[in-house]
Ligand binder design. Structure first.
Ligand code: ADP
Length: 505
């Protein structure tokens, strides 16, 4: 009962355990994914900041060499080292904020004249109005990122006062050059990730399309090209997603398999426990049966012995009869005890057979003779037909016990039958002993089972025939030890026919 309750409990625990395991592995993966998100984010931040830093460095380089006091000399010093120290700066312009028209009063440019002029006009008419000239602290560096006629502009600017005049210094950065020269140097060393830069409309300005899958994070350039966004895709995130999916499938298969193994194991244990329980019941029955089997002949021996002792057997004939009963019952007792002892040896794996060349007819005849008295008492004719033939390698005593068991069963279970016949014949493969009776036969469901130890069939329980359930298992063991077999050949309505086959060896 407890085992049957235990089974569902164990199954439920296995399911709960696998659920918990699955959930915690899921959470672990989530954590790992989170850490990849964090890593990607910090990478994107760091890369975006790098560009800002690179541009501001150049702004500061320009600033350090600009001298506003000598307007005629404006930017001359910068131009000397511009190509090296500030490669993305095209021009530096000085705007007079004191004049109402915000004239460009000085400039230094690395661009062709025409282009510089075009930029100057663009600055005055379109870009200056965009700049927040709301009296910020002097020298504060600011940036303007603007797209005009599909061209992107980046201006760094700060206000400065010289001799009580208010100026705006504008540094014109070459955006196409930033894209072609600076972006690749900043973003080419990234093996773990893919990078691109997109504009406000999502159009790619630099780098490849990042595609779907994997983890992509975007980060705007904070200070300089602030209309654009830097996108970073972690390759490892893609791999991680695939690995997580693979691992999940594997885990599910493992959990499923181990659950099946546990459940199957439990069933096997249950079946084994049930078998053990049945066997232990059979053993208890066996002990009771054997005790009973021993008690009956013993009681008869004692009873007739007492009759003789007290002189109540008054005639010689009676005395002889009593004595023969005592001898017969002692033989039965002896046979039974031998059976039990032999069986115990088989059970302990100590059954030892002594094979020697012998004629099979002899032990068979002895066995039949041992049963004859009983047959006569029961009024059954016991016939033996024996064939002469070559010697076989047999253990004579074991064969005798096997045949006694078969004949004893025939007499026991077929008391109403008139005849029990034993035939011993030689066949090409060896020899056969056939024991046939005219009893009730053996029902099909019993035919295999009755050769198992302690198992008693329907014919035993129906008619309350005494026995211990070890006879046929012993016969089977003996037959197999000789390399042969024992079978039920055909049964009811003609009775039972047991065949003991022994090979020629
Ligand atoms: P036991 O006779 O002590 O019960 P056995 O191992 O000799 O044990 O026999 C096992 C069972 O086989 C018997 O209980 C009986 O049901 C059945 N059996 C054996 N021989 C015969 C037979 N000749 N006729 C009918 N049933 C038989």
């Amino acid at each position: 009962m407890l085992t049957f309750l235990l089974l569902p409990a164990i199954v439920v625990s296995v399911l709960v355990l696998s659920g918990v395991m699955f959930r915690s592995s899921f959470q672990l993966e989530k954590l790992r994914e989170q850490s990849v998100v964090e890593a990607t984010l910090s990478l994107a931040n760091e890369r975006a900041d790098r560009l800002d830093k690179r541009i501001i460095e150049q702004d500061n380089a320009v600033r350090s060499v600009l001298d506003l006091t000598e307007r005629a000399e404006f930017g001359r010093q910068w131009l000397e080292t511009a190509a090296l120290s500030t490669p993305t700066v095209r021009a530096v312009l000085l705007v007079d904020l004191g004049s109402p028209l915000h004239n460009v009063v000085a400039l230094a440019s690395r661009a062709p004249e025409l282009e510089t002029e075009r930029f100057r006009r663009l600055l005055v008419h379109r870009l200056l109005p965009e700049m927040k000239l709301d009296k910020p602290p002097l020298d504060e560096l600011r940036h303007l990122h603007k797209v005009e006629r599909e061209k992107a502009y980046l201006l760094s600017h700060w206000e400065q006062s010289v001799a009580e005049r208010h100026y705006l210094v504008v540094v014109w950065h070459d955006v196409p050059r930033i894209v072609h020269d600076v972006f690749p140097t900043l973003y080419s060393d990234m093996q773990q990730s893919r990078v691109n830069v997109v504009d406000a409309d999502g159009k790619i300005v630099f780098g490849p399309p990042l595609g779907r899958g994997g983890l992509t994070l975007g980060r705007q350039f904070e200070t300089t090209l602030y209309k654009w966004t830097l996108n970073v895709t972690m390759n490892s995130a893609e791999e991680l997603a695939a690995a997580v999916a693979r691992r999940r499938v594997l885990e599910m298969v493992l959990v499923g398999l181990s659950s099946i193994v546990v459940i199957a194991g439990l069933f096997v244990i249950l079946i084994a426990a049930e078998r053990e329980r049945r066997l232990s019941n059979l053993k208890s029955e066996f002990v009771a049966n054997v005790s009973h089997e021993l008690k009956t002949p013993l009681a008869l021996v004692r009873m007739f012995g007492e009759l003789l002792q007290t002189g109540r057997a008054d005639t010689e004939e009676k005395r002889k009869q009593y004595l023969s009963i005592i001898v017969n019952e002692s033989d039965r007792l002896n046979a039974l005890i031998e059976n039990v002892l032999d069986f115990a040896k088989v059970e302990r794996g100590q059954a030892a057979y002594e094979f020697s060349p012998a004629r099979l007819a002899e032990p068979v005849a002895r066995a039949v003779e041992a049963c004859r008295v009983r047959a006569e008492r029961d009024g059954v004719s016991l016939e033996l037909t024996s064939e002469d033939g070559p010697e076989l390698m047999i253990d004579e005593r074991a064969i005798e016990i096997a045949v006694i068991n078969l004949v004893d069963n025939a007499l026991k279970y077929a008391p109403d039958g008139k005849r029990v016949s034993v035939v011993m014949r030689h066949v090409p493969s060896g020899a056969e002993v056939l024991v046939a009776d005219q009893g009730p036969g053996i029902p099909p469901e019993d035919r295999k089972r009755i050769f198992e130890r302690f198992v008693r069939g329907k014919s035993a329980s129906g008619k309350q025939v005494r026995g211990s359930g070890i006879g046929l298992s012993l016969v089977k063991h003996i037959a197999e030890a000789h390399g042969g077999s024992v079978r039920i050949e055909h049964t009811s309505p003609q009775g039972s026919l047991f065949t003991l086959r022994l090979p020629r060896r």
